[in-house]
Design a binder for this molecule. Structure first.
Ligand SMILES: Nc1ncnc2c1ncn2[C@@H]1O[C@H](COP(=O)(O)OP(=O)(O)O)[C@@H](O)[C@H]1O
Ligand SMILES: [Mg+2]
Length: 227
């Protein structure tokens, strides 16, 4: 089947090991991600899902192989900075927000990093938080809101600079079932409605099965699972 949507991320023959090669995590893996796709990286704990997301996001570098994300090379320092500020958003299992700042203050951080004018940043913050139903929480400190709310704020933060690719590392992993569904639903909507490519690392089958594609991560290899 041909697909006309733009390829946003390419992983080509990438290998990654830790501990001076003693722990081989990814062996010669390749992957393409297109605009608007919701792709599950599905595998057991320790299979290498986070490792692959970190390579895509330029948080770590591969031993071998090539990476391209939005036309930039996450292995290269100067590309990495542009990528993180402009083109990709990262959502972690534990939100990684600044707990004693308010929701609004947390969301201003990425806007400040790229020099967004104040009024435009405030407008974006209002629009995003309204969309996830948290506009009434802007002045609340992160430590005072619930886990599900924090994770929705973390997604807003990742979206502040309008990324084309969202990397989500077990974003529902610390949430109860109902709250997890809501966060997953938001990721689905971002892919389907906004055309953002979303790569979701998860060990949960039910979430993987609701994605557009499932890429199984096992024994250092990636394999496409067809329904
Ligand atoms: N910085 C590191 N140093 C050494 N080993 C690591 C490091 N990061 C991950 N690993 C190991 O690599 C393997 C894959 O880890 P990870 O990518 O975090 O898996 P997953 O996200 O699928 O649970 C695990 O065996 C883990 O212990
Ligand atoms: Mg992980």
């Amino acid at each position: 089947m041909s697909d006309a949507r733009a390829v946003l991320a390419t992983v080509r023959a990438v290998s990654k090991s830790y501990d001076a090669g003693r722990i081989a995590v990814l062996r010669d893996v390749s992957l393409e991600v297109r605009a608007g796709e919701l792709v599950a990286l599905w595998g057991a704990s320790g299979s290498g899902k986070s490792t692959l997301l970190h390579l895509l996001g330029g948080l770590d570098v591969p031993d071998r192989g090539e990476l391209s994300v939005c036309g930039l090379d996450p292995r290269v320092e100067k590309d990495r900075l542009v990528l993180r500020r402009r083109h990709l958003g990262f959502v972690f299992q534990l939100h990684n927000l600044i707990a004693d700042l308010t929701v609004g203050e947390n969301l201003r951080v990425p806007a400040l990093a790229v020099g967004t004018p104040r009024a435009a940043a405030e407008e974006r913050i209002r629009a995003l938080t309204r969309r996830v139903g948290l506009d009434h929480r802007l002045d609340h400190r992160v430590q005072d809101i619930s886990g599900g709310e924090r994770q929705r704020v973390a997604i807003c933060r990742a979206l502040m600079n309008s990324p084309r690719l969202l990397l989500a590392d077990e974003p529902t992993g610390s949430l109860d079932e109902h709250t997890g569904e809501a966060v997953f639903g938001l990721l689905q909507e971002l892919a389907a409605r906004d055309g953002i490519a979303v790569v979701l690392a998860t060990h949960e089958r039910r979430f993987a099965e609701a994605c557009d594609r499932i890429v199984r991560v096992r024994d250092g290899q990636l394999s496409e699972v067809t329904a």
